[in-house]
Design a protein around this ligand. Structure first.
Ligand SMILES: [Zn+2]
Length: 302
């Protein structure tokens, strides 16, 4: 969907106005120490983090598009379905064999973003949005981690440990993945129609800052979004043409707007990911350092 959308809650939170503490490390980040978004978005690690999270956001919105335009059924909370199927599209993109490292890195960036958001919520003692249509960030990261681990448990034990999947959950993950793959195959086989493509266009509105221009170049250079879009474009027939628009819109958000047949991705969303990337670089952090149960997870897997 649709507003409220993927990251609406984030857009309502002030990053610069917060005193954020990394309790695990015993450090307080005063507002003066919070990194500036413009500081180093040219760093390759930051770029990878931003692109990975932006790409996941677009795929998540594409699931809302498939629900509204193609008729994918909603048999549960729509936002969970959008997350779930977006993850499965990425996990099954390469079909057989181990998950490519580039895909693992992409998923790890998304997991880390949610973990950092959750850390900020907890440490700033923000109100937890139990009534939100999305699952909590901490739940989204565990669901993503579990499905990824479940795809290839023999090769992804380190991934499971690094992301602190409790053993009680981990033992369910292979079956969860198999069921999710079966569900995805069912949807694809039921709704797929041969099509020549050219129904989904990508538009980059005029950028207003050098930073936005840089984001645009990264996106146009990146193959992931285009390949996922081309795949969906070939596989489904849409009632009307749809458009994915990247533009300046004064908020950190991405959303599907059915009335306009548009997925809108605000450049401000990428600003948010720059902030999170800096947080990860400066304070956070090897995933194994997170103190949410890594010791227990590690011992359980041994
Ligand atoms: Zn959504």
């Amino acid at each position: 969907m649709r507003q409220p959308s993927f990251l609406k809650r984030i857009s309502n939170r002030s990053w610069h106005g917060c005193a954020v503490a990394t309790l695990m490390l015993g450090l307080w980040l005063t507002p003066a120490l919070v990194p500036d978004a413009a500081a180093d978005e040219t760093d390759p690690d930051v770029r990878q983090f931003i692109l990975a999270n932006t790409e996941f956001s677009v795929v998540h919105e594409l699931i809302h598009l498939l629900i509204d335009e193609i008729g994918f059924p909603v048999l549960g909370r729509e936002e969970d379905i959008a997350d779930h199927l977006a993850i499965m599209l990425l996990l099954t993109r390469d079909h057989e064999g181990p998950l490519p490292q580039t895909t693992i890195d992409q998923l790890q960036a998304v997991i880390d973003a949610w973990r950092i958001e959750w850390t900020i919520i907890e440490q700033d003692q923000m109100e937890i949005a139990y009534s939100d249509p999305h699952s909590l960030e901490i739940q989204r990261l565990y669901d993503l981690s579990c499905l990824a681990y479940g795809r290839d448990p023999d090769n992804l034990k380190d991934f499971a440990i690094a992301n602190e999947i409790p053993i009680d959950r981990a033992i369910l993950c292979p079956e969860d993945f198999q069921k999710a793959e079966k569900g995805l195959n069912f949807l694809q086989n039921t709704f797929r129609t041969d099509n020549s493509g050219n129904q989904i266009t990508i538009t980059f509105d005029k950028t207003e800052t050098p930073k936005e221009t840089r984001y645009k170049k990264w996106l146009t250079d990146s193959p992931v979004i285009r390949s996922v879009i081309a795949q969906l474009d070939r596989q489904y027939r849409f009632p009307e043409p749809v458009e994915i628009v990247f533009r300046t819109c004064g908020q950190s958000n991405a959303y599907w707007e059915p009335a306009d047949k548009q997925i809108v991705v605000c450049y401000g969303l990428m600003d948010r990911f720059v902030h999170l990337a800096r947080f990860r670089q400066e304070y956070a952090i090897e995933p194994r350092e997170w103190a949410l149960g890594v010791a227990r997870a590690k011992s359980a897997f041994q």
